[in-house]
Design a protein around this ligand. Structure first.
Ligand code: ADP
Length: 141
């Protein structure tokens, strides 16, 4: 049913994406679909830029890309059917933009159990569910 599945990954908390990755692989195998991993790196405020090396963005992108590469390599899924990308900016804004640009038909998000702080659903997951043009599956860790 779903052919193009986007899985946003928080590299500081990969464990909550594990059930999302498992569910995505299962769905994609059924439909001979493809997976795409996306991680969003937050931009430093302009006033910080003079304190970081000139190549900071580039090395941040390479590090994040390498981490996604390693996650992909650990999946039992045809390698040619997985891609990944690193984006910079606001988390849900960039995830929604990637879903549009790549033409995802499903976004699968790992999410914590609800807490008092987030009430029912975390803020990224909530905003993506509300604004995505495609289907969204929230997988509880
Ligand atoms: P909660 O876990 O409290 O529900 P969120 O709403 O932030 O919190 O949902 C967590 C999910 O949001 C992660 O599993 C991941 O899919 C996505 N996410 C969070 N941070 C990032 C990031 N920097 N890059 C890509 N995806 C992210």
């Amino acid at each position: 049913m779903f052919k193009k599945i986007l899985i946003p990954i928080d590299l500081t908390e990969v464990s909550i994406s594990k059930p999302a990755l498992d569910a995505s692989m299962e769905l994609a195998l059924q439909s001979k679909g493809v997976l795409r991993l996306v991680t969003v790196e937050t931009l430093l405020p302009a006033s910080f830029m003079e304190y970081v090396p000139p190549e900071f963005d580039k090395s941040q992108e390479e590090r994040a890309g390498h981490a996604l590469e390693q996650i992909s390599a650990g999946l039992v899924f045809p390698r040619d059917n997985i891609s990944h990308t690193v984006r910079f900016g606001g988390i849900y804004v960039e995830i929604l933009a990637e879903a549009d640009e790549w033409g995802a038909d499903l976004i699968v998000i790992g999410s914590h159990r609800p807490s008092m702080a987030t009430y029912l659903i975390g803020s990224n997951a909530k905003t993506i569910v509300r604004h995505a043009k495609c289907s969204v599956l929230v997988i509880r860790a």
